[in-house]
Design a protein around this ligand. Structure first.
Ligand SMILES: Cc1ncc(COP(=O)(O)O)c(C=O)c1O
Length: 313
């Protein structure tokens, strides 16, 4: 399968009418521009968050902002907007686009600077907030499940860069995504240097075996997913044992069920890995119940955009 783009379509057409926040202003999307000297572009020096809006409420907004500000601290990057104000930027961007459901992309780049890596020569980090929509995997896969492969590309070694920081460097994941695509799959699992399966290219991974749920711990060089933590909470509330423990392809191939979680992906079953059916090759009962619980809770939790018009409890 080719990873080449289809040049016949304008990929930005769906975003034409959006209002985007950039460096203190709300502007039409076509006017929102980042400098070609921004180190976010030149070196991938920056951070981001992907956040969901469900039924007029921003889901886990404070958790996403906490992670964004932690990512910034890791990179020694000072975000020019204090966290409480950033909360308002996210909500206001959604309001200005009249959204009730959507996907928010908050980006902080190192900002424009002279060429050369030195971040201290970039005095003004840039902040961008986009509120639009996303459909990461086609809808039918939430019912029938995904087939995935384990990528040969290893996840960045934790000593080289800690993926707990949600940075603008996704080439490692993109290499694995291309491998998945070339194998005819929409997603790929990634292993760490030691051969442990630690996450997918943009999602966390869960297994179910004998009713027990496992997911890799987050000290192995994977992202500590906010959806992951939420699903762990949902699973425990439902009375399941959940263990954060290292997993190998042995545990994956012999699991009864497998699923992925992420803000964009939400929760999605995996039914085949490297050509091997997982369990009976269909989305399992625990996965399906957790997806249902996930949908129920995301429809009622979150930070309201319009608290004065609240109709939800
Ligand atoms: C590499 C990676 N792992 C896991 C996740 C899931 O994290 P979250 O649930 O916070 O979206 C993401 C989300 O972007 C990701 O990029």
């Amino acid at each position: 399968m080719s990873a080449q783009p289809d040049n016949s379509k304008d990929p930005l057409a769906p975003y034409e009418d959006l209002i985007v926040f950039i460096d203190g202003e709300y502007v039409p999307a076509r006017e929102a521009a980042i400098s070609v000297f921004d180190h976010g572009l030149l070196y991938g020096d920056g951070i981001f968050e992907g956040i969901r809006l469900y039924a007029g409420c921003v889901f886990k907004l404070d958790e996403h902002l906490d992670r964004l500000y932690d990512s910034a601290r890791y990179l020694n990057l000072t975000i020019p907007i204090p966290q409480p104000q950033m909360r308002e930027v996210v909500c206001e961007t959604c309001r200005r686009n009249g959204l009730t459901n959507g996907y928010i992309r908050l980006v902080v780049t190192r900002g424009p600077g002279t060429m050369g890596l030195a971040p201290w020569l970039c005095p003004r980090p840039s902040v961008v907030c986009i509120a639009a929509s996303i459909q990461l995997y086609p809808k039918e896969y939430y019912e029938k499940g995904l087939e995935v492969v384990c990528a040969a590309t290893r996840r960045t070694y934790i000593g080289a860069f800690n993926a707990r920081c949600k940075s603008l460097n996704y080439l490692n994941n993109i290499m694995a995504k291309i491998e998945g695509h070339n194998a005819g799959c929409l997603e790929a699992l990634m292993l760490d240097q030691s051969g442990f399966v630690i996450e997918a290219t943009g999602d966390n991974v869960f297994l179910v075996k004998g009713g027990r749920i496992t997911t890799p711990p987050t000290y192995q060089g994977n992202l500590r997913g906010i959806t992951r933590d939420f699903v762990v909470e949902l699973a425990r509330e439902a009375g399941h044992e959940v263990a954060e423990e290292p997993i190998t392809t042995f545990e994956v191939y012999t699991a009864d069920e497998c699923f992925l979680t992420g803000t964009a992906a939400e929760a999605i079953p995996v039914i085949k890995v490297d050509g091997r059916p997982i369990g009976d090759g269909k989305p399992g009962p625990i996965t399906r119940a957790l997806i249902a619980a996930f949908r129920a809770r995301t429809a009622t939790d979150g930070v309201m955009l319009h608290p004065s018009e609240a109709v939800r409890s």
